[in-house]
Design a protein around this ligand. Structure first.
Ligand code: MN3
Length: 219
């Protein structure tokens, strides 16, 4: 199951038109009680599917872009024709962000990073606890909808919050991990309590997958 979901995520950014929804890779209730089944079903089957459908619709009349991978489209989003720029930004970003997001989660109560990632977190944030605090604070402060990402810049880990469906891929940087702070990610269980969702989310982080991403892109 784990290797299958990891492959799925890599496939999403290297997909070309027409794009397709990757399978969630686990049951809708697999992350409960931290993320409820209704949220997971809506989030994957409705929200993510809509990003994929709208991305395909936007690109349908632009055959010159059909050879580009999702990663390539996002890296050059600012220079795309006006007719598709915003649609690729929002829906292509949404497709990439969510394809990564599903693979980053697995019920893992009180889980923590280990190995080289744990060392890098301690080096750049002081401790795992301080890292989580800073990540959560960035999530709380993101006004409206958006994401919080962990990236590596010049060999150093950094937390970066971005609005809407923007992704570091738009600057050619592959994120190591990210959390979705759109209300649709938590409203069923947590209502407007985003800080509580951010705190509980650490119980569903698949650290094996985050470590794998760090090893392949983060150093
Ligand atoms: Mn979402």
């Amino acid at each position: 199951m784990e290797s299958q979901t990891a492959t799925t995520n890599q496939e999403a950014t290297s997909q070309t038109y027409p794009f397709s929804l990757p399978p969630l890779g686990y049951d809708f209730d697999a992350l409960a009680p931290f993320i409820d089944a209704e949220t997971m079903e809506l989030h994957h089957d409705k929200h993510h599917q809509a990003y994929v459908d709208n991305l395909n619709k936007a690109l349908a009349d632009h055959p010159d872009l059909h050879g580009n991978t999702l990663e390539e489209l996002l890296a050059k989003v600012d220079s795309l024709p006006d007719a598709v720029k915003t649609a690729v930004r929002n829906n292509g970003g949404g497709h990439a962000n969510h394809s990564m997001f599903w693979t980053l989660m697995k019920k893992n109560e009180n889980g923590a990073p280990s190995g080289s990632l744990a060392e890098a977190i301690a080096r750049d944030f002081g401790s795992f606890e301080a890292f989580k605090e800073k990540f959560n604070e960035a999530g709380v402060k993101q006004f409206g909808s958006g994401w919080v990402f962990l990236i590596a810049a010049g060999g150093k880990l950094e937390i970066k919050s971005m609005p809407n469906q923007d992704t570091p891929l738009m600057q050619g940087v592959e994120p190591i991990m990210g959390n979705d702070v759109w209300e649709h990610a938590y409203y069923v269980s947590y209502r407007n309590r985003r800080p509580e969702y951010l705190k509980q989310w650490w119980n569903v982080v698949n650290w094996d997958e985050v470590q794998r991403r760090y090893e392949s892109i983060g150093k």
